[in-house]
Design a protein around this ligand. Structure first.
Ligand code: NCD
Length: 364
C-alpha cells in the first residue's frame, strides 16, 4: 500500500530535508509542528504542544463513543475489525506497566496485531546496531511504532529518521526520558474534564502538582496542555531541589498561565481543585541526589482528607510509592484508578485518529 502525502507534508518534508538533526532538534517545537502533521491529522504524536482544544474535544468525543460501542459484542466486533489489517510495534525499552498494557489493550480493541521489544538487550542494538537502523527495521514490518525510551528526544529522532525514508510510519511517544509523556497528559485532561463536568469544567480551576517536578515528565506534559483552558491556576509544590524547570515556566509565562511555586504541601491543600501527586523519579539520579531530600512531606495521608475541598479530586499517574496512603483509595475524591482506566480508551481514540477512523466510529 502506498501512503499518499498531502502537499503540506511534502512542503514540510522539503523544508526539513536539508536540515541536520541537531538543527531540527533545537528548533522550537511550535516552529516545526507541520513536520508531524499529515492530511489534516496528527501523524507522529510526540509533544503535548501538538494538541489544541479542538483536537482534545474531538479525541474525547471518540473516546466516549468507543466506551459505549465496546460494551456490546457487536460493537466490540465492529471495533476489532477496524485495524485488523495493521500491526503495531511496542518498543518499550524503559520500564512500564500501565502505558504498555493500555496501549497493548487499545491495539487489541481495534484489532491490531502487536509485537513488543521491551529491552535493548534483546534487540540488535546490543550487537551495535544504531537506534536509527533499529527504528528503520521496525518500519519494514509494522504500521506504527509506539515507543518509550529512557532518553529525551529519541521519539522525535525516530520521526526525523523515518520521515526521510520512503516508508515513514507514525510514531507515538509513550514517554521520553524526563521530557514528555503526551498521551498521559491527554488522559489526565480527560479525567479532569469528566470529574469537573458538574462544576463548570477545567476553566478557572486550581491544579496543584506535587513531588519531583524537575524530572517528572507527566507534570511537564500536563502543564503544556493546560494552556487550552481559561484562567487555570497551577500550584507547583515540591522540595526546592526538585522544582519545575524553567522551560515550562517560560512557556506558562508566555501563554499568561498563572502559576506559583512553593515547598509547602499541607498548607496549600485547601486551595486545590485537583491534587496531582507524583513519585520521586530516582532512576534519573546522577549522584544519589534523591536520597539527600526528605520527600516524606510530599505525601497524602488520611488526616489530610479533611483539608481538601469536598468536590476536589486526587490524581496520580501511577506507579505510586508512599505518596498516597492506599486507605485513601476508597475516598470518592480519589480518581487515580479511573484515570488509569481512561488511558486505554484515550489511546484507542488516538489510534483511531491517526488511522483516520473517526467518522466510521462516530457513524456506528
Ligand atoms: C509515569 C511515567 O512513566 O512517566 N507513569 C505512567 O506512565 N503512568 C509516572 C512515573 O513513572 O512516575
Amino acid at each position: 500500500m502506498s501512503i499518499h502525502y498531502s502537499s503540506n507534508f511534502f512542503q514540510a518534508k522539503r523544508k526539513y530535508l536539508s536540515v541536520t538533526w541537531e538543527d531540527f532538534y533545537t528548533t522550537r517545537i511550535s516552529d516545526k509542528l507541520d513536520f508531524f502533521f499529515r492530511q489534516g491529522r496528527l501523524f507522529d504524536v510526540l509533544f503535548s504542544q501538538q494538541f489544541d482544544r479542538e483536537f482534545i474535544e474531538r479525541i474525547f468525543t471518540i473516546t466516549n463513543k468507543i466506551r459505549l460501542v465496546s460494551k456490546t459484542k457487536y460493537g466490540a466486533d465492529f471495533l476489532r475489525s477496524l485495524l485488523a489489517h495493521k500491526r503495531a510495534m511496542l518498543y518499550f525499552v524503559q520500564p512500564s506497566t500501565r502505558t504498555f498494557l493500555s496501549f497493548h489493550s487499545a491495539c487489541q480493541i481495534l484489532g491490531m496485531q502487536t509485537a513488543a521489544v521491551q529491552s535493548i538487550h534483546t534487540s540488535s542494538e546490543v550487537k551495535g546496531e544504531s537506534f536509527d537502523d533499529t527504528i528503520r527495521t521496525f518500519s519494514s514490518y509494522f504500521d506504527i511504532i509506539i515507543m518509550r525510551h529512557p532518553l529525551e528526544g529519541h521519539a522525535e529522532r525516530a520521526s526525523f529518521v523515518l520521515n526521510r525514508t520512503k516508508r515513514p510510519i507514525p510514531i507515538i511517544n509513550a514517554g521520553s526520558g524526563k521530557d514528555q509523556h503526551p498521551t498521559q497528559a491527554l488522559l489526565d485532561i480527560f479525567t479532569l474534564m469528566r470529574s469537573f463536568q458538574p462544576i463548570g469544567g477545567i476553566d478557572e480551576k486550581t491544579i496543584m502538582m506535587v513531588g519531583d517536578l524537575k524530572r517528572g515528565r507527566t507534570v511537564r506534559s500536563l502543564s503544556y496542555l493546560l494552556k487550552n483552558f481559561r484562567n487555570v491556576k497551577i500550584i507547583y509544590s515540591s522540595p526546592d531541589e526538585f522544582r519545575m524547570n524553567s522551560d515550562i515556566k517560560d512557556f506558562l509565562a508566555e501563554h499568561n498561565i498563572s502559576y506559583t511555586e512553593t515547598s509547602e504541601f499541607e498548607k496549600i491543600l485547601p486551595q486545590a481543585d485537583a491534587v496531582y501527586m507524583t513519585r520521586i523519579q530516582d532512576e534519573h539520579d546522577q549522584a544519589g541526589e534523591s536520597k539527600k531530600t526528605d520527600f516524606s512531606r510530599y505525601a497524602l495521608r488520611l488526616e489530610h482528607l479533611d483539608l481538601l475541598k469536598s468536590n476536589s479530586i486526587i490524581m496520580h499517574p501511577l506507579p505510586r510509592r508512599t505518596e498516597i496512603d492506599p486507605q485513601i483509595d476508597n475516598d470518592p475524591r480519589a480518581v487515580y484508578w479511573r484515570q488509569e482506566r481512561n488511558g486505554m480508551r484515550i489511546r484507542c481514540a488516538l489510534l483511531a485518529h491517526i488511522f483516520n477512523l473517526e467518522t466510521k466510529i462516530l457513524e456506528y
